[in-house]
Design a protein. Structure first.
Length: 254
């Protein structure tokens, strides 16, 4: 019989994780609205166990906490019992805060990203090392995992891998718009952009970014001209600033 994972919260992140985990685990979802829980179940296209949040008994359960960070303060009044493990995907919410509001034997912070739905998440983890093996095995069901030694490192990783899909979506949209501006049909530009990202995803697994760039950029060529435009527009600086600001926001949330 499959091990049961209990999701506290039924928002977009919970749904993305459940989509990736449903093949390996039984899913239980706890929330405030029965209608929203039914919608969650319909989206998963499997039968799940559904329960009301208020008064829910977490005793002995493996929890995945997916509520909004601001709602963590209400958990002690809504949940009862003592969980076996608590996995939190709340950005900027420290282990100390989790321990204060929810009773469990072990606490792990995890930061997956949107690609969890496709089994391609890059998930970073930190917390009690006694659960390291269990944590990596669980989240490897939705992609790659990386265990980090501190919460500071996790917050930095959140700014890169957690928020990264939004940054890359901006780049993808901008490149597509650039091709359309020059006269390419929108559908063709989208097809090219998707093929570009698919191929690049494989290439970057094998080579350092700087080496990839050097392979494409010939002297006085089209890539060199376009690359110079990116540097003039401070794209590199903007990317570094995005990570810095996201990390600062994570610290602020905590």
């Amino acid at each position: 019989m499959s091990k049961t994972l209990t999701f506290i919260g039924n928002g977009a992140m919970a749904l993305s994780l459940a989509q990736g985990l449903k093949k390996e685990y039984a899913i239980e979802v706890v929330g405030r609205s029965r209608k929203n829980l039914d919608t969650f179940e319909a989206s998963l296209q499997i039968t799940i166990t559904k329960a009301a949040l208020e008064g829910f008994d977490i005793s002995g359960k493996t929890l995945i906490l997916c509520v909004k960070p601001a709602n963590i303060s209400h958990m002690r009044t809504l949940l009862r019992g003592h969980a076996a493990s608590l996995y939190s995907v709340l950005a900027g919410t420290s282990l100390k805060t989790l321990q204060h509001h929810i009773d469990a034997d072990a606490y792990i912070r995890a930061m997956p990203n949107l690609a969890a739905t496709l089994g391609k998440s890059m998930t970073t983890l930190t917390g009690e090392t006694c659960r390291r093996e269990e944590a990596c095995a669980l989240f490897s069901s939705i992609g790659s995992t990386l265990w980090l030694d501190s919460e500071k490192e996790l917050d930095i990783a959140t700014a890169l891998a957690g928020s990264g899909p939004a940054y890359l979506a901006l780049v993808a949209e901008a490149l597509t718009d650039g091709a359309v501006k020059q006269g390419l049909k929108r559908d063709d530009a989208m097809t090219l952009m998707r093929g570009l990202f698919e191929g690049f995803g494989s290439l970057i697994q094998q080579q350092h970014p700087a080496l990839l760039k050097d392979r494409v950029m010939s002297p006085g060529g089209t890539t060199a001209a376009g690359y110079a435009a990116l540097e003039k527009a401070a794209v590199r600086q903007g990317c570094m600033a995005a990570v810095e600001q996201a990390y600062s926001q994570a610290k602020l949330l905590s």
